[in-house]
Design a protein. Structure first.
Length: 358
């Protein structure tokens, strides 16, 4: 059974819908990320689950119970915010114990759970420190422990890593995943950072302008985006616009300024379409290569990122495309060299509509 279910939730501020007909479920033990650009409605969605905002339409169920008349303190949720929100005058142990005291947990049990949580968030021996004597990463682990020890039905984390520097973010991201996994806690994490969502979540709810664009595993969202927005928001992509004509079954062809490109059209109908090809799926051809499709291009520049080489080339219609090659000492064509870039039909996604020129 789903631990959390949102059914057709809409929330308006004035006449504008911040969240527009949003529905999803979260299964027990699952980590779900709410991902999307600033202002897309992630935090409003989280606040409605916590009970700090009330939906104008739709229903929220936690553990099968309708939350319509439940105040925040009557919902068994754990909260972690980006600014930690620890009590500065309390020790680490007192901070962690706080929620349990309010819920009437017995004293001996509180002591046991605090010690256990400190082990699990890797802060043993720090129980009597004040938050001001901890690093940002340590403070966030205390905040996690404080929420987890109350054994919530669901943990809600709002941009939990955004106050930390890049290296610490990566380290704590892994730790949070391990800690949430250890507790087996059903969790929702709000983030605008796609790498964070991909690294932390079992599934991602991708939002745009208050609506859900796609709900999928990180892998599926990257490999098979279903909209131009999803393909654009997650990772890098090359785009070729044209008109799709179906040829029976899944086979189709997109007529472009570069010629006809054979594609797998899925269930798309005839009309404007855009091909999305990830840079690692577009490769500089050597003589033996037999791709489904090859495009003429002229190399413009290379960017070395260490293990990878990003090669920027211009297609005959003026489109700039990027391809990614492993930096394995292979001789690469100099800028100005005419090349062929190949890809397989199965590696390119056909999306409905045309992408506005960037
Ligand atoms: N209390 C409020 N009153 C009026 N408008 C609001 C209020 N809270 C949010 N909004 C608006 O609702 C929309 C969604 O906001 P929300 O904070 O949910 O987005 P978000 O995806 O979490 O963005 P961010 O990543 O910037 O926090 C925005 O247009 C925002 O300005």
């Amino acid at each position: 059974m789903a631990v959390l279910e949102l059914q057709n939730i809409t929330k308006r501020f004035g006449s504008a819908a911040a969240v527009d007909d949003v529905s999803f479920e979260v299964q027990r033990g699952e980590i779900l990320a709410l991902l999307g650009p600033s202002g897309c409605g992630k935090t409003t969605t989280l606040r409605m689950i916590a009970g700090f905002e009330w939906p104008d339409e739709g229903r929220i169920f936690i553990g099968g119970d309708d939350m319509e008349l439940r105040q925040p303190y009557e919902r068994n949720v754990g909260l972690v915010f980006q600014d930690y929100a620890l009590f500065p005058h309390m020790s680490v142990a007192q901070n962690i114990a706080f929620g349990m005291k309010n819920r009437g947990v017995k004293r001996a049990e509180i002591g046991r759970r605090v010690a256990e949580a400190l082990e699990q968030v890797q802060l043993p021996g720090m129980e009597s420190r004040r938050p001001s004597a901890l690093s940002g990463g340590q403070q966030q682990r205390v905040a996690l422990a404080r929420a987890l020890v109350t054994r919530p039905d669901i943990m809600l984390l709002d941009e939990p890593l955004s106050n930390l520097d890049a290296k610490l973010r990566l380290q704590l991201r892994r730790e949070i995943r391990t800690i949430l996994g250890t507790f087996g806690c059903t969790s929702i994490i709000v983030t605008h950072d796609q790498e964070e969502a991909m690294g932390l979540a079992d599934r991602i709810v991708l939002m745009n302008k208050g609506r859900i664009e796609q709900i999928d595993t990180p892998h599926a969202l990257y490999q098979t985006p279903r909209t131009l927005f999803a393909a654009d928001f997650i990772g890098h992509a090359n785009w070729i616009g044209g008109m799709l004509s179906r040829r029976g079954g899944e086979a189709g062809v997109v007529k472009t300024a570069l010629g006809e490109i054979p594609v797998m059209s899925g269930d798309l109908g005839d009309g404007p379409a855009t091909l999305c090809i990830r840079p690692e799926r577009l490769s500089l051809l050597d003589a033996a290569a037999r791709p489904d499709t090859a495009l003429d291009a002229v190399v413009e520049r290379h960017d070395l990122t260490g293990a990878d080489l990003r090669i920027w080339s211009r297609l005959a219609d003026g489109t700039l495309v990027q391809s990614l090659e492993k930096n394995v000492g292979r001789h690469l064509p100099e800028p100005g060299t005419a090349v062929r870039l190949g890809f397989r039909m199965a590696d390119c996604v056909v999306l409905p509509g045309r992408r506005p020129q960037a």
